[in-house]
Design a protein around this ligand. Structure first.
Ligand SMILES: Cc1ncc(COP(=O)(O)O)c(C=O)c1O
Length: 465
């Protein structure tokens, strides 16, 4: 076993000595360091290798370890100015909101943001066992069919339901690449794509980086408004609509049963595709979730996306996009051009994971835990921030969406909250056009319940200032 603490102590000890001594000086021997820190030879060697990698010490086999020669500090700074000229007239990719969303929380901060499960909710033992089993066999390391592992494709097809079959599915390394591929395969640069307003900011970034225009369609507590969806199709001539019918990120809303047919009718009437991002299917808290829209799609209008990063762990970067007919062929072509195929060991491990009884047990426990955390967060909000209007109590997913008082500034509030040790996501980047008012998105999946409550207390203090 590697003792990280001892190793760190050895590193600090040698580093301090190396900084204090002139170049070329001999440093304490391995034997001395072992005695001084009660460390094993392996630990001491690892520490010295780290320092050698940093260029601070030089090991001379058989003679000892020495302080390295100082690097010249007068090294000329590189002149990268030419890059500005080379790149100047190409607009930079707008990844800033996604960057903020994916940033790792600093120590001590409470994350009421982020899009993944807290480590205590991830099925780490089952994942490790599945990956171990997969990695020990030879086939996963070889070539795979570019569309993905057949039984995994069939599993995703069964999850979509309706007319979707295994051969309609392409395995991708996460929902984000699946989305980017679908946009690029189904629409040409300059064309409009309809999106719910607000919507997942990563979808806005992906479609804009493909040269597409995001056209917002209003939503309410029952999901997208079908009347305005039909109007938007008519007005823009769009042929793609990106939609999250279940526990939408960020609003938490689910498309109401009485709207499902009207939404599909509007899509069919426009001769368009509906990209259904079903990221929260495994994250249902209250009762049974309605089936995917893809299960009610005889004629191939729905392109169905499903990711396992949300219900398993962010490192299990496995998702699938299902599409029929020429759309499916184009998506497959786009996927191959981008990255050939997804890592075999990861695909095999995923199949092991979802086929094991432990997966069902994990999902059951996950739903129960999400309920505890959602309820803790919403109760704390009611108690400490009664002026912030909870738009929907989500029946699943990770997030709640709050309307702030009219005079609040969501961006400034987010910055002040971060300084006070609580991380939230401001509302503005979730809108493709002007937001109708200030909002924030809070996540209940990324922290244990007591931390969520403490996070809301900190937020309330910030809001009161
Ligand atoms: C709605 C939605 N779709 C897709 C994704 C992409 O997730 P991943 O690439 O980890 O599967 C996210 C991540 O936050 C999301 O919230």
């Amino acid at each position: 076993m590697i003792d990280g603490n001892t190793e760190s102590r050895v590193i600090e000890d040698v580093r301090t000595a190396a900084r204090a001594l002139p170049p070329g000086s001999r440093l304490p021997s391995v034997r001395e360091l072992m005695a001084r820190h009660r460390a094993s030879p392996v630990t001491v060697q690892r520490a010295l290798s780290r320092l050698a990698g940093e260029g601070l010490v030089v090991p001379r086999p058989g003679r000892g370890t020495f302080v390295a020669e100082k690097r010249a500090t007068t090294e000329k700074a590189p002149d990268l100015g030419w890059q500005e000229v080379a790149l100047a007239d190409r607009p930079p990719l707008q990844a800033a909101p996604l960057d903020a969303l994916l940033a790792l929380p600093p120590d001590g901060a409470i994350p009421l943001t982020g899009g993944y499960l807290h480590p205590d909710l991830q099925p780490v033992a089952a994942l490790g066992a599945a990956l171990g089993r997969a990695a020990r066999r030879p086939e996963p390391w070889g070539r795979l069919a570019v569309e993905g592992l057949q039984p995994l494709r069939e599993w995703f097809a069964r999850e979509a339901g309706g007319h979707v079959r295994g051969h309609d599915v392409v395995i991708c390394s996460g929902g984000q690449p699946a989305l980017a591929t679908a946009f690029r395969a189904l629409a040409a640069p300059g064309e409009p794509v309809l999106v719910e307003s607000p919507t997942y900011l990563g979808a806005i970034s992906a479609l804009r980086s493909a040269g597409l225009r995001a056209v917002p369609v209003p939503t309410d507590a029952d999901g997208v408004r079908p009347d305005l969806l039909a109007a938007a199709f008519a007005l823009t001539g769009a042929r793609v609509f990106y939609c999250q019918p279940l526990h939408a990120n960020p609003t938490g809303a689910t498309l109401a049963p009485h709207r499902r047919a009207a939404v599909l009718d509007a899509v069919r009437a426009a001769g368009a595709f509906l990209i259904e991002d079903d990221w929260a299917r495994d994250l249902r808290i209250d009762g049974e979730a309605p089936p995917p829209l893809a299960s009610d799609d005889p004629d191939g209008h729905v392109v169905y996306l499903r990711s396992l990063t949300k219900s398993a762990a962010p490192g299990l970067r496995i998702a699938a996009v299902s599409a029929r007919g020429a759309a499916g062929a184009r998506i497959k072509a786009a996927r191959i051009i981008d990255d050939f195929f997804v890592s075999g060991p990861l695909q095999h491990a995923t199949l092991e994971l979802i086929s094991a009884p432990a997966w069902r047990r994990h999902l059951k426990r996950l739903r129960a835990e999400l309920r505890v955390r959602r309820d803790a967060l919403t109760a704390a909000l009611g108690e400490h921030l009664p002026d912030w209007q909870l738009q929907v109590v989500p029946a699943g997913g990770f997030h709640v969406w709050l309307r702030l008082p009219d005079d609040a500034d969501d961006i400034a509030l987010t910055a002040r909250a971060a300084a006070a040790g609580v991380l939230v996501s401001p509302g503005r980047p979730w809108f493709a056009a002007e937001p109708p008012g200030p909002h924030v998105r809070l996540t209940f999946a990324g922290a244990p319940a007591p931390d969520l409550v403490e996070g809301v207390r900190r937020l309330a203090k910030v809001a009161a200032q």
